[in-house]
Design a protein around this ligand. Sequence first.
Ligand SMILES: Cc1cc2nc3c(=O)[nH]c(=O)nc-3n(C[C@H](O)[C@H](O)[C@H](O)COP(=O)(O)OP(=O)(O)OC[C@H]3O[C@@H](n4cnc5c(N)ncnc54)[C@H](O)[C@@H]3O)c2cc1C
Length: 303
Amino acid sequence: MQKTSLLIIGQGPAGLSAAIYAARAGVQTLVLGCAPKVAGDYEIDNYFGFPETISGKELIDRGTKQAQRFGAEIRCERVLSIHQGEQDRYHVRSEHGEYEACAIILSTGVARVRPGIGNLQEYEGRGVSYCVSCDGFFHRGKKVMVLGEGNFAANQALELLHYTREIRICTQGKSVDIALEFQEKLKQAGIPVAESKVVSLLGTEGLSAVQYSDGTEEPMDGLFIAMGQASTSDFAASLGLVMRKQFVEVDAQQQTNLPGIFAAGDCVGRFLQISVAVGEGALAARAAIEYVKKLCAKTSDNP
Ligand SMILES: Cc1cc2nc3c(=O)[nH]c(=O)nc-3n(C[C@H](O)[C@H](O)[C@H](O)COP(=O)(O)OP(=O)(O)OC[C@H]3O[C@@H](n4cnc5c(N)ncnc54)[C@H](O)[C@@H]3O)c2cc1C
């Protein structure tokens, strides 16, 4: 497991801004995240200092190089889960590795892919869950389904093995996008993956069955939503972060309710703009720098 002082999740304006401040202050900084949505051929007309406009791609490229110049390590890796470890450290699992961090800045933007099931909301908390580490326990020995097409869904399904063996993955009609390594683990655990689509949920006292697009029904006790990649809401659910709808609640220093966990940018939901994300990234970094320097014991990874 690789150790780092500060782990930033997200390579958008908030994450990169935080990385620039933290790395420049001498804090060992690792950024996990790939090019954000705005890093395309979009004209950014309202960001300070570019009278002739700048493309989203160029702005992100420049921010990335700037953070790297100060020593931040940036990897295009999607984070699958975060859990609290021992001695106030956090364990982060990505598609490619495992990390231990003293402090974390969440800057994952806003994106939760909805599965497109009409009556899903009716069953939230009554069989439908977004968090295996929160609700897996309630499904001990029961039959459960994970909805999702990628590594996030695969990881959630594998985590469910702590509670039950009756697990299946349904991709909601999408093509399977699970790395071979995860596919192998699913196979070994006997977890089938189907490219079918659930359109409706059934049950009076709570979820008891799912209905597929071809009209067939299958008894089901639990449904775990893990479409696309893990979002801040998923991390918040497993860590116990206070949320305001889909946004993370933070104080004026971008501190969440958990020590060592900060959040910045769109995932905080104040004003979804680059300038705000950059400013909040700087504030989150300032708080994280102070936290790391005061509270993280000196280790060989935190010289
Ligand atoms: C097409 C478009 C045009 C826009 N135009 C403007 C504009 O002109 N002016 C303006 O001010 N704003 C504009 N915006 C809004 C602006 O882009 C956002 O407010 C800003 O990018 C938010 O920054 P952020 O760092 O919070 O999140 P994002 O930029 O959304 O970055 C999120 C980062 O998190 C990463 N991530 C997410 N989940 C995971 C995970 N599980 N593991 C690892 N990484 C993860 C993503 O890969 C990405 O790197 C535009 C947005 C879009 C989509």
